[in-house]
Design a protein around this ligand. Structure first.
Ligand code: ZN
Length: 251
């Protein structure tokens, strides 16, 4: 999972990653910034925000049962989808041999209610993650100096876009059993949403969001997270699950 800021993934994918972890998959978070612009108080030093927000993200990851979190510490608010960032992401993808990448949808500019402009870091993070996933992570001729670091090319099999517009969503994960973990993980980001969590409002909104996702698509479970799931693997490597997704999309 690649994200711009601490707490982004816990809004977008926490129920899903908790479930994947529970099912025995190894899930790792890669944070591109550490959220050093995430305060209305400019007298708090960036270093202090980094310390607090990384600790909060680590705590959330423990609640979700993840294998760990890597922080690249790019400047919050200044993220650009550069070749340098792409390479840094490829390095992590190859190191952990990531098969499935979850990342923010770089196409999202405005939400469907026209009440929210997507953060430019989210778009940059999504673009850089997609460009790292394909073709660079799996191409031995891309970033050849990584080979000298012992990082062989590794082909990513699937990409799941989150914070994606409804018309693109083609895959839903049942998070009914993990939504409490999601809410608890979000509450770990006390510097950002402490009051919201304490008032109970966070819980109500997260339950409503996940329930709306499930009812809008008449799913047969109560709470869902939705993704645009893209299968990159070749025909021979394709899992039965991925083939089913494709068949569903063709209908
Ligand atoms: Zn964010």
């Amino acid at each position: 999972m690649v994200a711009a800021h601490p707490d982004d993934p816990d809004f977008g994918v926490a129920g899903t990653v908790a479930r994947l972890s529970r099912d025995g998959h190894v899930v790792h978070y890669l944070m591109l910034t550490s959220g050093d612009a995430g305060s209305e108080d400019p007298t708090i030093p960036p270093d202090e925000l980094v310390r607090v927000r990384e600790a909060e993200q680590e705590a959330a990851a423990r609640i979700l049962g993840l294998s760990g979190v890597t922080f690249l510490r790019y400047a919050d608010g200044e993220l650009q989808p550069t070749l340098e960032l792409r390479k840094a992401i490829v390095r992590v993808m190859r190191t952990i041999q990531a098969d499935v990448i979850l990342c923010q949808d770089p196409r999202s500019l405005v939400d469907e209610d026209n009440t929210y402009l997507n953060h430019p870091d989210h778009r940059a993070a999504g673009q850089a993650a997609l460009d790292a996933a394909f073709p660079a992570a799996g191409n031995p001729s891309a970033f050849r100096d990584l080979l000298a670091e012992g990082l062989k090319a590794h082909k990513v099999k699937e990409v799941w876009l989150y914070f994606t517009a409804g018309q693109h969503v083609n895959h839903w994960v049942d998070i009914t059993e993990t939504i409490d973990q999601k809410i608890e993980a979000l509450a770990a980001h006390a510097s950002q949403i402490g009051e919201w969590a304490a008032s109970g409002e966070l819980r109500r909104e997260m339950l409503k969001w996940a329930e709306d996702t499930a009812t809008r698509h008449t799913l047969d479970f109560k709470y869902a997270e939705g993704f645009q799931r893209i299968v990159l693997a070749s025909e021979q490597e394709r899992t039965p699950e991925a083939a089913a997704i494709e068949a569903q999309a063709e209908e």
